[in-house]
Design a protein. Sequence first.
Length: 254
Amino acid sequence: MEDIMQYTPGDRFVHRLSPMTKIIFAVGMMFAAIFTTNLAILAGLIAIVLIVAATGGLFRVLLRQVPLLIILGLAFVVLTILTNATGDVLFYLLPDGLLPVTTGAILFAVQMALRFAVLIFAFQLLVISTQPRDLVNALYTLRIPGDYALMFLIAIRFIPTLQREGARINEAQLSRGYFPGGGVIGKVKQLGPVMLPLMLNSLAKADTLGLTIDMRGYRLASEYRRKLTYHAADAGVILLVVIILAGVAAITFL
């Protein structure tokens, strides 16, 4: 199993960008996705993020999130069918006119799925193309308090840690002969024996990590920021973000 939200080493276009530039790109894409409901624009934002990822050899890494996006899309479809009845009725899920599936519900579900795709792809591109120390240094440069910057970094680093720990616990349970069965029901039953020890181990690690941070004086690191350097490529990416935001604002609000 490959780790998610894990820095991928490289020396290509995306990796050479300043971490501040990558933060501006990710935040810009997120704001553009939030403020528009145009499906073509949302699809274009996804394409832009994937193209930028491809310049750093990270295209396939982002595509690993497609199964998650499919699940989110189906969840949005179910949720909107139950809560949104606007638009023309396409068909009914149950007899006697119960649970109508409308065009408004489908449209809203697709909008939300595309919007989440932009958010997930942009944020993951920032994380997997930036070394943790550079990302934290950029947050310090933005005057983010040291505690919040460390909290952000630790939360990101805990994701692959929890993934590996969960896989080990699951393998340990299977080696002891625990097998709740196949299918969806079996997967659900399998969560219990994995989640409880995973939560207990995470709490123990969090306590140890907090003590380690205090003992090594990491809270004072925000006072010793390293100077960020920018190149022509950074100016080009920032200009691209400005053009995208201006275009989205013009189409949406004018």
